[in-house]
Design a protein around this ligand. Structure first.
Ligand SMILES: Nc1nc2c(ncn2[C@@H]2O[C@H](COP(=O)(O)OP(=O)(O)OP(=O)(O)O)[C@@H](O)[C@H]2O)c(=O)[nH]1
Ligand SMILES: [Mg+2]
Length: 351
């Protein structure tokens, strides 16, 4: 699971990155990467049941990305973003909601900034879609049937993006969604809005307009004060909770943010386990058994036959795979099965 942090210049991306990753010496260079482990107690329980020698906890890779600028147009910078973050699974959009002035020295207007960044993202995708349309058009009469199908699909995307929409909101068939995923379109991926609020406005009164816009667009959001959270993260662990409580914060920033990332981005953890290794993996909700297989190994995806599934809760209760099988708690599922949080998967595949 790879999550990119984007936002306007100076919105606090690098500060959020440091909070999430605990890399307090991080200066914030575009494209910086850090892997964060999010221990899941279920992995240890599975290792105990199967006698696994090794435990691999879920990982999230965070990318501190470059800034997107307002109104730079679709061509240059935003496409660099796609090059940098093309393989990101999801994005956190950091929005400056602290201070009086924005990066360019203008009065701060978080609502307008929010719209500007979303428009910039839509324009980025529009460029990708239009480049592809040009390539298809260049084939003229030599076009094949699937290219007509693709052209029709891309035209629909083009109209939607040109109106400032996100492809996430465009109704798509499964085949269409699958085809579009090959293009690394940023508005097709899940987004989380992080309103970076001031120390004296932790509940984000000053960015209520952004909250409203997020609700309108169906985007999940959270308020955080990046500098304060970073400060808390640098305290000795035993002091963090009481310091945070003084500000009415119940959970350390890193955990709070990670929990929200999981919940709001609808991340799902599944497991693979044998005597060698108990391994937790993270995917986005709705991912199929075939996609899950691809996370584990591309061979498993290419040669996929079926998935044998036991929910974690069953293994936990029965204490062994054998008993689960005897009681009929193991299911056999095909490639289109939607993986559920806590599924323990055994992928059968041919080489
Ligand atoms: N008051 C206040 N200042 C903040 C907050 N978050 C970040 N800042 C300040 O804003 C400035 C920019 O923060 P960065 O984290 O470097 O922002 P960035 O988005 O990485 O900036 P670029 O990479 O230059 O685009 C720094 O001086 C931070 O200390 C916040 O929550 N409150
Ligand atoms: Mg930075």
């Amino acid at each position: 699971m790879k999550i990119g942090l984007v936002g306007l210049p100076g919105s606090g991306k690098s500060t959020v990155f440091r909070t999430l990753t605990g890399k307090h010496d991080h200066l914030g260079h575009a494209g910086d990467v850090a892997v964060v482990h999010v221990p899941d107690p279920r992995t240890e329980r599975l290792a105990a049941i199967y006698g696994s020698q090794r435990i691999v906890q879920p990982e999230i890779t965070f990318l501190d990305l470059m800034a997107v600028r307002r109104g730079d147009g679709a061509a240059g910078e935003a496409l660099d973003l796609v090059r940098l973050a093309g393989d990101a699974d999801a994005f956190v959009l950091v929005l400056q909601c602290f201070g009086d002035l924005d990066y360019a020295g203008n009065p701060l207007r978080p609502g307008a900034d929010f719209e500007a960044v979303l428009l910039e993202m839509a324009l980025t995708d529009l460029t990708i879609v239009e480049n592809r349309l040009k390539r298809i058009a260049a084939r003229g009469g030599k076009r094949e049937a699937h290219e007509h199908w693709e052209e029709e699909l891309l035209r629909r995307c083009q109209a939607h993006l040109a109106a400032g929409g996100s492809l996430r909101d465009l109704p798509l068939s499964e085949d269409e969604a699958k085809h579009l995923r090959g293009f690394s379109l940023v508005t097709l991926k899940p987004w989380l809005m992080a309103c970076n609020v001031a120390e004296d406005d932790l509940t984000g009164q000053r960015c209520s307009e952004v909250h409203r816009l997020c609700e309108q667009r169906g985007l999940p959001y959270l308020d955080l004060c990046a500098t304060l959270e970073e400060e808390i993260g640098q305290l000795p662990p035993e002091e963090q909770a009481s310091f945070a409580a003084d500000f009415g914060l119940t959970e350390p920033a890193r955990e709070r943010l990670l929990h929200l990332v999981y919940r709001l981005m609808r991340l799902v953890t599944f497991f693979t386990v044998n005597e060698k290794e108990a391994h937790a993996w993270t995917i986005t909700a709705g991912a199929t058994a075939l996609a899950a297989a691809g996370k584990v190994h591309s061979d498993m995806q290419h040669g996929f036959i079926r998935a044998e599934v036991i929910p974690f809760a069953c293994l936990d209760e029965m204490g062994s795979e054998k008993v689960c099988k005897e009681r009929g708690l193991m299911r056999v599922e095909g490639r289109d099965y939607v993986v559920q949080d806590g599924d323990v998967l055994y992928i059968r595949f041919s080489r």
